[in-house]
Design a binder for this molecule. Structure first.
Ligand code: SF4
Ligand code: SF4
Length: 166
């Protein structure tokens, strides 16, 4: 069996303007696929399509990604502590919004809440997992509740890290 190349071409259909130059340069016909995507199996990773694309719609991606670096557990613990302090700050800011009658102040507190949410997501990502601070995440996690006690414990822990509560 033929060995697979280390990388393959990926076409971003949102950027592709269908100029079709990649169709002419591909030596294997991988770019000419009915799905609009490049044929993963036919691609030999030569990169000609990416070099010829005027829209920069093609990226060369590795077939195998390097293993994720294991984070030090003390670093993870500190990141979680920092995220928890941001969660507390958001609770305080929400109370301040409720108590304020000044629109400018309210706008400022809302901006601070938003920036804290972004920081919390970054801290969790640095700690090794994604937890988007969104209503959809909240709804999704809640939809998983009630099926298994062990899973419920994990989901409730994740929900406690969400500042979006409704
Ligand atoms: S050359 Fe680029 S823009 Fe043209 S069809 Fe190929 S991917 Fe799309
Ligand atoms: S990298 Fe080479 S083989 Fe793969 S789709 Fe592009 S032109 Fe074809």
């Amino acid at each position: 069996m033929k060995e697979k190349s280390e990388r393959y071409a990926y076409r971003d259909l949102k950027i592709c303007t269908k100029d079709c130059l990649c169709l002419f340069v591909c030596p294997t016909g991988a770019t000419d696929n009915e799905t609009g995507q490049i044929d993963f199996d036919k691609c030999i990773g030569c990169g000609s399509c990416a070099a010829s694309c005027p829209s920069k719609a093609i990226s060369m991606l590795p077939r195998v990604y390097p293993k994720q670096k294991v984070k030090d557990k003390h670093v993870i613990s500190e990141l979680f502590k920092l995220a928890d302090s941001k969660i507390e700050q958001i609770k305080i800011l929400k109370n301040m919004i409720n108590e304020s009658s000044n629109d400018d102040e309210k706008r400022l507190y809302k901006a601070l809440i938003h920036s804290n949410k972004v920081i919390i997501e970054d801290l969790f990502r640095e700690a090794g997992f994604m937890l988007s601070q969104s209503t959809n995440t909240n709804k999704f996690l809640k939809s998983l509740l009630g099926k298994d006690k062990e899973i419920d414990t994990i989901i409730n822990k994740l929900l406690s890290k969400l500042v979006v509560n409704d």
